[in-house]
Structure formats: C-alpha cells, structure tokens
Design a binder for this molecule. Structure first.
Ligand SMILES: *[C@@H]1O[C@H](CO)[C@@H](O)[C@H](O)[C@H]1NC(C)=O
Length: 298
C-alpha cells in the first residue's frame, strides 16, 4: 500500500511542486512591518455578526467528505489535520469566509482548502476517489533540498541548526515567513519552527495567517477572493486580475505562473478548487489559471 501511495514519480513530483508554497524570496520586503497589518486589519474587518461562521460553511461532515484519506495510515499527517483545530484557527481570523455574499464566502473557503490541499496532497492520477480526494496527507516537506534560510533577511535571522522547510497546511517555508508568522501568532517561529508540524492549532493558524496577510505589493489571497483587490496599472498590464489563479500566483507564481510555469501544478490546484466549489454549491468564478499572468508583482 505504501508503494501504491508513494510511487517514485509521485515522490519526485511532490518534492518539486507540493512543497513549493510560501517559498519565494522575492516576497520578502525589508520595509514592510507585519505588525502594521495584524491584528488590527483582521479586527477591523471582523466577521459580520449576522453571518454564520466557517463551521457552518464547512461542517464536520463536509470536512470528512472533502478529506476522506487524510487519516489513512499511509498519510504521514494522519490524525493531525482534525476538524476542530481548523475551526479554532478560523475563529482567530474572523474575516475569513465571512465577507461578501454567501457565494463569495463559500468560494473563498473553497479556494483556501484547495490551495492547502495541493500543498499537502498525497494523490496521484489513479488514486482511489481521484487525485483530489487526497488533500491534507502530508504535514512536512519530504527531503527538503535546503534549510530554506535566506541569510539576507536580517530582520528574521535564522537560528543555527534549524530548518525552515515546508510545514503545515500551507507548507510555510523560509525564515522570513516563519519569523513573522510566529510573531503574529505568538510562538517562536525562528527558534521552534518544528511546532508548525507538531501542533495542529499552530499549523492551521500559519496557513490562515498566510492567507489573510497582504505582503505589499502582493495583496492577500483573502482580499483577492472577496473582491477587495484593486489591481494597479501594472497588474492590469500583467493580467493579474482577481480569481483563483491569482491566489496561485501569490502563493507560488514565480515557479508556476506565466510562460514556462508549471501547468500541471496549477491544474492540480484548480482540480481541488473545482471539487470543493461543487461540494459547497458555488461556482468557481473567473480566472482559474495563471498561465497568462506575469508572476512578479510590483
Ligand atoms: C495577457 O493575456 C493575453 C491574453 O491571454 C496575452 O496575449 C498577453 O500576452 C498577456 N500579457 C502578459 C503581459 O502576459
């Protein structure tokens, strides 16, 4: 069974694509202060009290149906990505899945779950239930090619002996993401990066922190999916218009978007998104792909 689950080609593909999220050095912008953006904006944009929480969009049953294999013994993350820590983490980000009309809210949640599913997928083309039934199978990058330490990021200095490879639902990577994620969420991201693959609450929190936090000139994935993103003239020129494809661009555009990108990885993300939109009874909206978009913002 382990062989069926992890054929060599899959492991190779995973090491290239699945763990590539949150990995781009050009995200880091030295002048930007995370604490000017968090938590005040999240609080300002608090969930409308009249709107139901994320747990009413994704019930425990829907979550089980979305991730039928996540607790299989062959999935390294089995028994890690439970429903309760997902819902608890969402409560810390009250604007998540709570802005715009019912369709917008559902579509945003589907987009988030699709992106984390691609980042953690254990699926392959002929997998039981199809390739998109295998989200949340991995919690940590397999065979990381490096310790993901960007020594030029003096604001978030690497701690000797620590590795900042992909961990958790969004596969948080690099010291310049672990540092601010930890500071925002109240843990030592640089000194204790292992926590992201050790504590399910922290794991989901890092994924939602990443989803909700803009990194100028990049917007947040949240703002893109709720219609708050205002493309600049450069963005328009580069075809960076709102839609699921733009969240892929934000997450891993330098590798996957534009000419010479990674269309198979992009298609995997879109496949999860289509499946979850169907399950939540919402259309996908436009601009699913990012092949025609330029990657680098700014
Ligand atoms: C924008 O999209 C159009 C149509 O797909 C394409 O012809 C054009 O080259 C794209 N522009 C850039 C800057 O990638």
């Amino acid at each position: 069974m382990a062989r069926r689950l992890f054929p060599a080609v899959l492991v190779a593909a995973l090491s290239v694509i699945s763990n590539a999220g949150v990995s781009e050095a050009w995200w880091w912008s030295p002048g930007w202060r995370w604490d000017s953006l968090f938590p005040a904006p999240a609080a300002d944009r608090g969930r409308d009290e009249h709107r139901p929480p994320v747990s009413s969009i994704v019930t425990a049953k829907v979550y089980r149906d979305m991730f039928p294999h996540k607790d299989d013994a062959d999935c390294p993350a089995h028994n890690f990505y439970n429903y309760t820590p997902f819902v608890r983490a969402a409560e810390l980000f009250p604007a998540f899945g709570a802005e715009g009309d019912a369709a917008t809210r559902r579509r945003e949640v589907a987009a988030f779950l699709a992106q984390i599913s691609h980042e953690t997928t254990g699926g392959w083309a002929t997998a039981p239930g199809g390739p998109f039934a295998w989200g949340l199978c991995f919690k940590e990058e397999i065979s990381p090619p490096s310790d993901y330490c960007d020594a030029t990021s003096t604001q978030w200095p690497c701690v000797a002996g620590k590795s900042y490879h992909g961990r958790g639902p969004i596969q948080l990577s690099w010291n310049f993401n672990y540092g601010p994620a930890g500071q925002a969420l109240g843990f030592d991201g640089l000194g204790n990066p292992e926590l992201v693959a050790g504590d399910p609450d922290v794991a989901f929190q890092t994924a939602l922190w990443f989803w909700m936090t803009p990194r100028p000139p990049k917007p947040s994935c949240h703002d893109v999916m709720v219609g708050r993103y205002c493309p600049s003239a450069d963005d328009v020129q580069a075809n960076r218009t709102a839609g699921f494809g733009l969240t892929t661009n934000i997450i891993n555009g330098g590798i996957e978007c534009g000419p010479g990108g990674a269309p198979q990885a992009v298609a995997d993300r879109i496949g999860f998104f289509r499946r979850y939109c169907a399950m939540l009874g919402v259309d996908t909206g436009p601009n699913l792909d990012c092949a025609h978009q330029q990657a680098s913002f700014g």
